[in-house]
Design a protein around this ligand. Structure first.
Ligand SMILES: Cc1ncc(C[n+]2csc(CCOP(=O)(O)OP(=O)(O)O)c2C)c(N)n1
Length: 322
């Protein structure tokens, strides 16, 4: 299967939109304008976009605490997301969830998740539902390398395999679980682990959109055709701290800048499609401008947006009146 010019532009637009979104949230958080806690996805764009390009609204994804990129890749509205992060009433979840609980079930986005390893059990439910109702849908869990050590994750691998669920586990290995290097925290390869559960698995360069896209295509096709679950071990890097405000003292000076210069996923994408004559620089520059303006506008509007009121306190929450 080939990517059309429109597909390539869309892939680039999504990746650039995520980068602009995260850079803007970084700035606004640093200026003290955003309440709560945020974890940024900049640097990891090719993973979320390379996977979600194969999905539509009948497919579900579950995200992590680092969820903005997954939301954008799964077509959540950026304006509603920005309002949500600023805690505004017009946010995707009424401003009550914030960064770590953005969800939009109409888009199959089951939510960012503050619980490390919380996503895999959720997508087993979604995959079982898709299988039972024969919707043709698949379900994808994004997890970090840290989450790959959680019992919930292992149990989900087990369940997905035993029940032959249309599930895909995408382990986004950015080299660190908070400040602990994955060489310390994750014993052995994720691919070998998956084999232990009898799942097909792929080792993928997460800086390369095309590598992610190709592995995800195979895994998702297999799941849609009743072939059961698989796992992608996606190796990539994040450009900001574990959370906003992290002093990043566990990385060597210059480590992030060196990775950006050598392996930035947007740069690699631009070079590849330009060299192959598939897209010209001017078309991608226009996308850059479009995304920058759109996100700047989202920030202006979110800042001016209304807060939830007292009357909103007891809506959309699990509570008993008695
Ligand atoms: C069950 C649980 N344990 C611990 C935490 C605290 N915590 C938040 S993020 C994190 C590290 C996660 O690392 P990883 O899964 O590799 O994701 P990354 O942050 O690198 O994207 C930890 C331990 C938590 N939120 N939930």
């Amino acid at each position: 299967m080939q990517l059309s010019r429109e597909d390539l532009l869309q892939a680039y637009r999504k990746m650039r939109m995520i980068r602009e979104f995260e850079d803007a949230v970084h700035e606004e958080f640093s200026a003290g304008n955003i309440p709560g806690f945020v974890h940024l996805y900049a640097g990891e764009e090719a993973s979320g976009v390379g996977v979600c390009m194969h999905l539509d609204d009948r497919d579900a994804i579950a995200s992590t605490h680092r969820g903005h990129g997954h939301c954008i890749a799964k077509n959540c509205d950026e304006r509603g997301m920005m309002f949500e992060i600023f805690g505004r009433k017009e946010g995707l979840c009424g401003g009550k969830g914030g960064s770590m609980h953005i969800a939009d079930l109409s888009k199959g986005m089951m939510g960012a998740n503050g619980i490390v390893g919380g996503g895999p059990p959720l997508i087993c439910g979604a995959a079982l539902s898709a299988k039972t109702l024969k919707t043709g849908g698949v379900a994808v869990a994004f997890v970090g390398d840290g989450a790959s050590n959680q019992g919930t994750t292992f149990e989900s691998y087990n369940l997905a395999k035993v029940w032959n669920l249309p599930a895909i586990f995408v382990v986004e290995d950015n080299g660190y679980a908070e400040s602990t290097a994955s060489t310390w925290s994750v014993a052995g390869s994720q691919v070998e682990r998956a084999k232990g559960f009898g799942m097909k698995s792929y080792e993928v360069d997460g800086h390369d959109f095309f590598a992610v896209w190709e592995a995800a295509r195979e895994a998702i096709e297999q799941a849609r055709n009743g072939g059961g679950p698989s796992l992608l071990h996606v190796k990539l890097n994040r450009y900001y701290g574990h959370f906003e405000g992290d002093a990043i003292s566990y990385k060597a000076p210059g480590e992030i800048e060196a990775i950006k210069a050598a392996k930035d996923s947007l740069m690699i994408f631009r070079n590849r499609v330009s060299e192959a004559g598939l897209l010209d620089g001017a078309a991608m520059d226009a996308v850059d401008k479009e995304c920058r303006e759109k996100i700047a506008q989202c920030v202006v509007e979110a800042k001016a947006g209304a807060m939830p009121t007292e009357a909103d306190l007891l809506t959309d929450v699990y509570t008993s009146a008695y």
